[in-house]
Design a protein around this ligand. Structure first.
Ligand SMILES: Cc1cc2nc3c(=O)[nH]c(=O)nc-3n(C[C@H](O)[C@H](O)[C@H](O)COP(=O)(O)O)c2cc1C
Length: 395
């Protein structure tokens, strides 16, 4: 995912420095060329050898160190960097960066770097809330640095409050958002529906289906990584939503329809991947479905609203609408008919009889059907299917 990308990590004198070993390792596993620059004080918290072993690159500390195995001038890394993250960022280094001080390798290199710069402050809560530090952070923002808000919680110093560096997995997502993919959906508003809906029978029971939300969540994450502003309208699922996505949680088809209708007008792309329950109980009143003399009473069903048809009928000029179809037979014909009848631009068809396709799995086998053609994709991870769907939409 990060092959050919140069990531520079700046590590300063904070207790959180040790966590950056995990971040460096995760970045290397994704194929990035990872270069770590430490302040001298940071070496009190973690040894440069740790980073050198994990990244296979020399960890830079001293600007005037000439013991390089290859030719590096002090701004060479600044030129090569695709992204620069200072984490943990001490109050001291934040102050220096805000005022153009370049008295060590880290602050010198960051002053020379033109790439996107991310700063993750980590410090005691009284230091963090000090107006001097806050002013310095504002100054950095003014100069185009992105500040990652520290989490609140129990700090290493024993105090509780804001100042905790987010976990490495969270910092990784900030880096991926910037450099993992070309931002070909920049400025686009994308709405994705995902998961099942639950149609209440009574306060205890409901009608639903086996959708886990994995496919829709993968599309939401892929669209976010490609620069889109993403709204994810989700039924009840057991998976974590992607970061940097606006999540609206709903339960029933009617709630999903309300949210989708209220937001559809402002969207450039709408992808309906949710497995909306087709039916809901018409006689919700609990007493009607209670067993009578040991016999189960029948539940009357009524159809839920067809959200995709609403979207097709109310499509605004230039808007792209994509639906999903799950078929057990005549997949191609049924999906093509659906495309036409519902006035949508693309149908992603699943054949539920194919191994590795459909609900619950981490893979999917789909055919992308547009008015012009039908393209069957091989078995792929849901993340790769998500990218392929977006590739087709961008095309
Ligand atoms: C145990 C310990 C933990 C520290 N943790 C932090 C911290 O989380 N954030 C911070 O800004 N300073 C922290 N400091 C103070 C910095 O290390 C000190 O300000 C140092 O001069 C920063 O150097 P640097 O910015 O060049 O890395 C800590 C100091 C000690 C002794």
């Amino acid at each position: 995912m990060l092959k050919g990308k140069c990531v520079v990590l700046g590590v300063t004198g904070s207790i959180a420095a040790y966590k950056i070993a995990n971040l460096a390792s995760a970045l290397v596993k994704l194929g990035a060329d990872v270069n770590v620059i430490m302040t001298k004080n940071a070496t009190n918290f973690i040894n440069p050898i740790t980073f050198e072993t994990l990244t296979s690159n020399k960890c830079l500390v001293d600007t005037f160190d000439r013991d390089f195995q290859f030719n590096v001038e002090h701004v060479a890394l600044a030129k090569r960097a695709d992204i620069f993250m200072v984490a943990p960022a001490s109050a001291n280094v934040i102050g220096k960066m805000a005022h153009g001080i370049a008295d060590d390798m880290l602050t010198t290199t960051i002053l020379a770097a033109k790439c996107k710069k991310l700063v993750s402050p980590a410090m005691n809560t009284n230091m963090f809330t000090n107006p001097i530090v806050q002013d310095n952070l504002e100054t950095l923002k003014k100069y185009g640095f992105e500040i990652i808000q520290p989490a609140s919680g129990y700090l290493a110093c024993g105090d509780t409050g804001a100042g905790k560096m987010p976990e490495p997995e969270v910092l990784l997502q900030y880096i991926l958002k910037e450099i993992a993919f070309e931002h070909d959906l920049n400025g686009k508003k994308v709405m994705i529906t995902a998961g099942p809906t639950q149609e209440a029978i009574d306060p205890v029971r409901y009608i639903s289906n086996h959708s886990t939300g994995k496919m829709g969540y993968a599309i939401a994450r892929a669209a976010m990584l490609r620069g889109a502003e993403v709204t994810l309208v989700s039924g009840p699922v057991a998976i974590e939503p992607p970061m940097f996505v606006d999540v609206v949680n709903i339960k029933s088809a009617a709630e999903m329809a309300d949210v989708v209708k209220s937001k559809a007008g402002e969207m450039d792309i709408i992808i309906k991947s949710a497995a909306v329950a087709d039916y809901r109980p018409a006689n919700v009143a609990a007493e009607k479905i209670k067993k009578k003399d040991g016999e189960a009473a029948a539940i009357e069903l009524e159809r839920t609203e067809d959200i995709l048809s609403f979207l097709g009928a109310n499509k605004k000029p230039g808007q792209f609408i994509c639906g999903f179809s799950m078929e057990t037979e005549n997949m191609l014909e049924n999906s093509k008919a659906k495309l036409k009848k519902k006035n949508v631009d693309m149908i992603v068809a699943n054949n539920l009889r194919t191994a590795g396709a459909g609900f619950g799995t981490d893979t999917n086998v789909v055919t992308l059907i547009t008015a012009e053609n039908a393209r069957e994709l091989p078995i792929m991870s849901k993340d790769d299917v998500a990218q392929a769907i977006l590739d087709e939409i961008v095309k």
